[in-house]
Design a binder for this molecule. Structure first.
Ligand SMILES: [Zn+2]
Length: 294
């Protein structure tokens, strides 16, 4: 039972254009994150949902800008981080990928329990080099509600969000998707009512992601009877910014003094938090970097 159509982000409007929506199919992206970080199902769900939230928020930004989301909760996950941009590139990690928790009272993965109470932190890195960080308390820990709460309190935007990741017993990701509806100024009561009615019928987005065979199918299954327009489609994928060069710069920055221990060990391994890529430096590499260090 595989429905691995390519991950995409679609943008559009509802009704007479007073509601903006963003939909993402991200099954492959979340599966890649789970494979890279060897996450348990509840960690996969938390990470996947936060990665989705970062893509939903970043969708209205410029291509070279990025959004970083941090869930700084006191639960056993110890924090979740995701960075997304408007090009559909996303990366992320959880501090404790091996966390296992019993299912919650609804028989679902207990994402809220794994996240715990604390702060939800949203940082926007703008193209002019500035960055803005907003922080709100975690209100649910299920992530979609936290996203809506953040948009309402920090950006005065009324919205509704769905984020879901369905993990099979064998740990593979059967379906992952996200959806954000934002009410634009002047949205009519009629449109709001229509949206509320539809959302009350949806039990969760992950079963829809599993049952859909294409991105088109996914969007149609979420929208139901609502009339919608698709304005744009973009690819989505797991993408990290690390490289051996960048990691080398980190090593060089420790300075000649700090380098001595590394040279004695004759080997160094650095691991990227975001994608779990391992970078190895042998003695020859280290000698070369030592020359560049100050
Ligand atoms: Zn990386």
């Amino acid at each position: 039972m595989s429905n691995k159509y390519a991950d995409e982000l679609w943008l559009g409007t509802l009704g007479k254009g007073e509601v903006r929506w963003v939909a993402i199919g991200m099954t492959n992206t979340v599966e890649e994150a789970a494979n890279r970080h060897q996450t348990t199902p509840v960690a996969t769900a938390a990470l996947g949902r936060l990665m989705g939230a970062s893509l939903l928020l970043a969708s209205s930004m410029k291509a070279e800008e990025a959004i970083t989301l941090r869930l700084l909760g006191d639960g056993p996950l110890g924090g979740v981080v995701a960075v997304g941009n408007a090009r559909g590139e996303v990366r992320g990690y959880v501090h404790e990928p091996q966390v296992n928790l019993p299912l919650n009272e609804k028989g679902k993965l207990d994402v809220a329990g794994a996240v715990g109470a604390g702060e939800f932190c949203v940082s926007r890195s703008l193209s002019n080099g500035e960055s803005y960080t907003g922080m709100v308390p975690i209100v649910s820990g299920e992530i979609a509600d936290d996203l809506v709460h953040y948009l309402h309190t920090s950006e005065q935007v009324r919205s509704a969000a769905l984020l879901g990741v369905l993990v099979e017993r064998d740990l593979h990701v059967a379906g992952a998707a996200g959806m954000l509806f934002q009410l634009l100024p002047g949205a009519s009561e009629e449109s709001i009512q229509m949206l509320e009615n539809r959302l009350s019928q949806i039990q969760g987005i992950s079963p829809i992601a599993v049952d859909s065979d294409s991105m088109e199918d996914l969007v149609r299954n979420i929208m139901g009877d609502m009339e919608y327009r698709v304005l744009e489609k973009r690819p989505v994928g797991f993408c990290c910014t690390c490289s051996k060069e960048r990691v080398s710069e980190t090593l060089i920055s420790v300075g000649k003094e700090g380098f001595k221990d590394l040279l004695e060990d004759q080997h160094a391994e650095l691991i990227c938090h975001f994608c779990n890529e391992h970078y190895n430096f042998d003695e020859a590499d280290l000698r070369e970097l030592y020359q560049q260090a100050k």
